[in-house]
Design a protein around this ligand. Structure first.
Ligand code: GLN
Length: 510
C-alpha cells in the first residue's frame, strides 16, 4: 500500500480471507494496481470499493459538483458482477472493480447523456460508446457522468448549462475545461480514473489545473463512436488518472481499431505497461522557443524545474522552433467552429432532446428550440462557424485555416526529425477564479495556445503535474502541468517518459 494514506476517511476492514487479519486502507485513495491487488487478494470487494466512492461523492460532491448524474445503482450492480466472478474463481479483468467517471458527452446506455446542455437535459442514449463498452467489458464500475462545458466548448466548465464545477485544490477557482468534472472527480478522489474528451485541450488543460494526469492519444487511436461530436476532425476520448500508470491502464482498454469508427487506425496497440517503467533513457526533448516567450514566471519557473529534472534523468533538452505556433489559436477556432456549426445542426427539436413550446410552424419551432436549447458560447460558435463556411468567406477563412493546419503539422514533423518528444507548459496560467474570464471569450480562447497545436497535428499529448505556484508569486498554491507531445502512435514513449518524471518525485500532488 502506498504511504501517506488519508486518515480522514480511512476504513478499517476485516479481511475476508482470514477472520483475524485486519488491513487499514483508504478505499478512495487507490491506484488501479492497488484495486487489482486488493481484489485479487480478497482484502476488499468491488462493492466495498464502489460504496466507499459513492459515500465520498455524497459527502464531497455537493461542494465540488463534478457529477451531473451519480449512477449508484449501476455502479453497485457492476461491482456485484465483478465480485461474483471473483467468487466463481474467474480471472480478474484488467479494470475489474475500478470506479470510473465518464464525461457527459460520451454515450452510456440507460444513463442520461446531457453534454451539459439544456438541449439534451433528458436524453438517454440507446447504446454505449465503444470506449464505454470496452471499459464495461474490462470490469470497470461506472460511478456516473461528469460535468463539462456545454458540448465540450470551453476551458473552465463555466459554460455548463447546469452549474460550474469547482477546483478541488482551490474551491473558488475553476477546474479547467471542458472536461472539468472528470478532472475534479479524480483530483478529489471521487473516482479512481475517468474519461474525458479532448478537441483542443479539454483533457490536458483541466488535468493541469487540478493537479492530475490526463492524456489524449493520437487521432485514430481511440474510437470516437458514441462521443457526441463537437469538431469531428479534432475530437478524442482519453483518460484522467492520479498517476501515469493509471492512464496507461485505461488507455490500454479503450485504444484500438473499431469497425464502428472508420477513422480509427489499424495500428497495433502495444502493451503500455510492459515498457512504462523503462525510464527516461536518452530521450531528446524539444523545447520550442515560441512557447516560452512571455510566460508567467509562476508557470515558467515550475516548467524550468521540470526540465532540469528530465535532464537529471538522462534526457537531452534540444531548443527547437515551431514557427507557426502564433497562428494556432486562430486556426483552431476557425476549424472547430466550422465543424461544430455542421455537427450541431442536428439539434432541431425533431430528432433529439428539447423542443420549445409555443411555436408557430416548423421554422419557428427550429428557431425557438435552438434559441432556448443552446447556451451563449455554443451559439457564438455556431455563428462563427457558419460565417467561416459561408460562400465568399470559405476561401478566406476555412480553406486558409486548413492550410495553416498543415503548416503546424509540418512544424512537428520537422521537430521530430531532431527530437523524440516536444515539451511545453500545458497552459499559460494556472486555474483562474470562477467568473474571472467569463466575459472575455477571446482571452479564454487564447488560453488554449499550447494545447491546440498537437490537436491540429493529430499527435498524442499528455499533461503531468509539474509543481505548484506559491506564495512567492502572491497566489495560492495551484498546480502547474507540463505537456509532452509525441510522434503519431507513440503513446508508449510519452507514458514511459511521463512515468519516469512522475517517479523522480516532488511534482505529484495526489
Ligand atoms: N478550450 C477549447 C475550446 O473551447 C478546447 C475544448 C475541447 O477540447 N473540447 O474549444
Amino acid at each position: 500500500m502506498r504511504a501517506g494514506l488519508r486518515f480522514f476517511d480511512t476504513l478499517c476492514r476485516r479481511s475476508s480471507a482470514g477472520k483475524n487479519r485486519f488491513i487499514i486502507v483508504d478505499l478512495t485513495n487507490l491506484t488501479i494496481d492497488e484495486v487489482s491487488g486488493l481484489l485479487g487478494e480478497r482484502k476488499a470487494s468491488a462493492v466495498e470499493i464502489a460504496q466507499a466512492h459513492l459515500g465520498r461523492i455524497k459527502e464531497k460532491d455537493p461542494e465540488i459538483r463534478s457529477y451531473l448524474t451519480v449512477a449508484s445503482e449501476k455502479a453497485l450492480a457492476q461491482a456485484r458482477a465483478v465480485d461474483e466472478k471473483i467468487a466463481a474463481g474467474q480471472g480478474l479483468a484488467p479494470l475489474a472493480g475500478v470506479p470510473v467517471a465518464i464525461k457527459d458527452v460520451i454515450l452510456t446506455r440507460g444513463l442520461r447523456t446531457t453534454c451539459a446542455a439544456k438541449m439534451l437535459e433528458e436524453f438517454v442514449a440507446p447504446y454505449d460508446a465503444t470506449s464505454v463498452q470496452r471499459l464495461d467489458a474490462a470490469g470497470a464500475v461506472f460511478l456516473g457522468k461528469t460535468n463539462c462545458d456545454e458540448f465540450a466548448m470551453g476551458s473552465s466548465t463555466e459554460n455548463s448549462g447546469f452549474f460550474p464545477t469547482r477546483n478541488p485544490r482551490e474551491p473558488e477557482r475553476v477546474p479547467g475545461g471542458s472536461s472539468g468534472g472528470s478532472a475534479a472527480a479524480v483530483a478529489a478522489h471521487l473516482a479512481v480514473a475517468s474519461l474525458g474528451s479532448d478537441t483542443g485541450g479539454s483533457i490536458r488543460q483541466p488535468a493541469s489545473f487540478c493537479g492530475v494526469t490526463g492524456m489524449m492519444g493520437t487521432y485514430g487511436r481511440v474510437s470516437r463512436y458514441g462521443l457526441v461530436a463537437f469538431a469531428s476532425s479534432l475530437d478524442h476520448i482519453g483518460p484522467f488518472g492520479r498517476s501515469v500508470r493509471d492512464l496507461a491502464h485505461v488507455l490500454q482498454v479503450i485504444a484500438g481499431p473499431d469497425p464502428l469508427d472508420s477513422t480509427t487506425a489499424r495500428v497495433p496497440v502495444p502493451d503500455y505497461l510492459s515498457t512504462i517503467e523503462d525510464g527516461a533513457g536518452s530521450y531528446k526533448v524539444g523545447i520550442p522557443e515560441e512557447c516560452f516567450k512571455g510566460l508567467e514566471p509562476r508557470v515558467g519557473d515550475n516548467i524550468q524545474k521540470g526540465m532540469k529534472a528530465l535532464e537529471k534523468l538522462g534526457c537531452k533538452l534540444v531548443p527547437i522552433r515551431m514557427p507557426h505556433t502564433e497562428y494556432a489559436v486562430a486556426c483552431y477556432y476557425i476549424i472547430c467552429t466550422a465543424e461544430a456549426s455542421s455537427n450541431l445542426a442536428r439539434y432541431d427539436g425533431v430528432r433529439y432532446g428539447f423542443r420549445s413550446a409555443g411555436y408557430d410552424g416548423l421554422r419557428d419551432m427550429y428557431k425557438k428550440t435552438r434559441e432556448g436549447g443552446f447556451g451563449p458560447e455554443v451559439k457564438r460558435r455556431i455563428l462563427l462557424g457558419t460565417y467561416a463556411l459561408s460562400s465568399g468567406y470559405y476561401e478566406a477563412y476555412y480553406r486558409k485555416a486548413q492550410k495553416v493546419r498543415t503548416l503546424i503539422a509540418r512544424d512537428y514533423l520537422d521537430a521530430f526529425k531532431e527530437v523524440d518528444v516536444v515539451l511545453t507548459p500545458t497552459s499559460p496560467f494556472p486555474a483562474f477564479k470562477i467568473g474571472e474570464m467569463v466575459d472575455d471569450p477571446l482571452a479564454m480562447y487564447l488560453a488554449d495556445i499550447y494545447t491546440v497545436t498537437a490537436s491540429l497535428a493529430g499527435l498524442p499529448g499528455i499533461s503531468v503535474p509539474c509543481g505548484r505556484t506559491g506564495q512567492k508569486y502572491g497566489s495560492p498554491s495551484l498546480p502547474v502541468g507540463m505537456q509532452l507531445i509525441g510522434r503519431h502512435f507513440e503513446e508508449a514513449s510519452l507514458l514511459q517518459l511521463a512515468r519516469a518524471f512522475e517517479k523522480a518525485g516532488g511534482f505529484e500532488l495526489s
